[in-house]
Design a protein around this ligand. Structure first.
Ligand SMILES: [Zn+2]
Length: 56
């Protein structure tokens, strides 16, 4: 999915027990709940690999 700031691709980043989406352009990190409404199927599928992790 795209960054809402700069339209670059977001990648899933695992940080210990947390997951963030980080922009490959501006490096801004988003919490899952911040972008939950905008999640696309591709990103959702990627996040399903981290279901043991608590989304804060
Ligand atoms: Zn960005």
């Amino acid at each position: 999915m795209k960054c809402r700031e700069c339209d670059k691709h977001l990648v899933v980043q695992r940080r210990c027990r947390q997951v963030r989406l980080q922009c490959t352009g501006c490096r801004k990190e988003f919490r899952i709940h911040e972008i939950a409404a905008d999640l696309d199927p591709e990103t959702e599928a990627e996040l399903e690999r981290f279901t043991c992790i608590i989304y804060d």
